[in-house]
Design a protein around this ligand. Structure first.
Ligand SMILES: Cc1ncc(COP(=O)(O)O)c(C=O)c1O
Length: 370
């Protein structure tokens, strides 16, 4: 383990955040959303740590679901987008997966497969226009599913387009359409059906239907979905610390330029640290001058373009004090990943999810659970 770049994941922090999500919506059961390698945190390690607590897990692909089963995860697992091929329904039955259904095609494959599945989540398009069906189709789908003997329980599901923006009324409009559809299903003689609507933003800030299932993703990892607010400020525990070390130090003279394109120019004499981390590890190349980090617990900032394997930085409030071997926190409890994402002109979802396999991953359970 020579190169020092390490993603340290505190599994207790994730458990704390899962429990916190359930505390915010105490009438609901909760999926722990672990798709995309648990947002870059390691799906198997995360699921193993949560398996006793989690009501169920949610993933995007059947490969992700099978990997969890192969790692002896016993909780139910939901396929959030449903199946991509007819044969997957057989695997759902075999492994006890639950699935969303969002289209005629998925429904026809399901009926043809004769597979038995415990729960199906019928996806209603309440306005996001990405997946799902309108109210009329949902009423008909639920009628078909309930009269088949292939499924025990049907839940109505939707996804919000703008829940992270508290000033946008779209979420209220989507909720109204959702409740209208639930009412229509009940009137058709197939209700009441449980609801599943809430992602992290909705769990934390919107009033969502009682009962049913919430689907926390980002908040599990201690990250805020809202701009200008960090996960810690919302009572979450950041789960990942991305850290590395200073591998070279030089004294820059005022006017010296740094890195590819020589995009940074020193405005005074100061030290420059070179750090083992780059876009080949997932630290975005788009990250702009000034992005925060800590060097040896002192505030520092990116200075110069991000290379594949290295970045360069200077102390924010001092011109000297850097030494080779000092620890650098690139994001974590002291350097909010949300702020780094702002400097990279992206969102924290993308920063953690696009981590590559190159950093060392270390798992710990330091966060004190109450
Ligand atoms: C259908 C669905 N539900 C829940 C989530 C979790 O959302 P978040 O990470 O914002 O909590 C996602 C994530 O993209 C999703 O696609």
């Amino acid at each position: 383990m020579a190169r020092p770049l390490t993603a340290t994941v505190d599994l207790n922090a994730i458990l704390h955040n899962y429990r916190y999500a359930k505390k915010l919506q105490p009438s609901c059961k909760a999926f722990a959303v672990v798709k995309s390698n648990a947002y870059g945190h390691g799906a198997i390690e995360v699921a193993k740590h949560l398996d006793d607590d989690a009501d169920a897990f949610a993933v995007a692909t059947i490969e992700e679901a099978i990997a969890l089963r192969e790692a002896d995860i016993v909780s139910p697992i939901l396929l959030l987008e449903g199946v991509f091929e007819a044969d997957e329904w057989r695997l759902c039955e075999e492994h006890g997966f639950w699935s969303a259904i969002e289209s005629d095609t998925q429904l026809a494959w399901f009926l043809d497969s004769k597979a038995n599945v415990e729960k199906i989540f019928v996806k209603l398009d309440t306005g996001m226009h990405r997946l799902g069906m309108d109210q009329e189709a949902a009423v008909a789908f639920i009628d078909t599913l309930k009269s088949s003997d292939q499924v025990d329980d049907v839940i109505l599901m939707t996804h919000f387009a703008c829940a992270d923006d508290l000033s946008d009324i779209t979420t209220m409009e989507q909720l109204t359409r959702f409740e209208q559809a639930r009412h229509a299903i009940e009137k058709s003689g197939n209700g009441p059906v449980d609801a599943s609507v809430a992602n992290s933003a909705a769990i934390m800030k919107w009033s969502v239907p009682e009962g049913g299932w919430i689907r926390p993703g980002l908040m599990l990892y201690g990250i805020s979905p809202f701009s200008g607010v960090t996960g810690q400020q919302l009572g979450l525990a950041p789960a990942m610390t991305l850290s590395s070390k200073v591998i070279s130090v030089r004294a820059l003279k005022k006017g010296d330029k740094v890195g590819y394109g020589l995009s940074y120019e020193a405005s005074e004499d100061h030290q420059l640290a070179t750090i083992a981390a780059g876009y080949g590890d997932g630290y975005p190349r788009t990250t702009a001058y000034g992005a925060p980090m800590n060097i040896n617990a002192m505030p520092a900032m990116l200075a110069g373009r991000v290379s594949m394997d290295m970045i360069t930085a200077r102390l924010t409030n001092a011109t000297s004090g850097i030494e080779i071997g000092q620890t650098v926190e690139l994001w974590g409890s002291n350097v909010p990943v949300e702020e780094v994402a702002d400097f990279a002109d992206t969102i924290a979802y993308e920063l953690v999810t696009r981590m590559t396999s190159r950093p060392h991953y270390k798992y710990e359970t330091r966060f004190e659970l109450k």
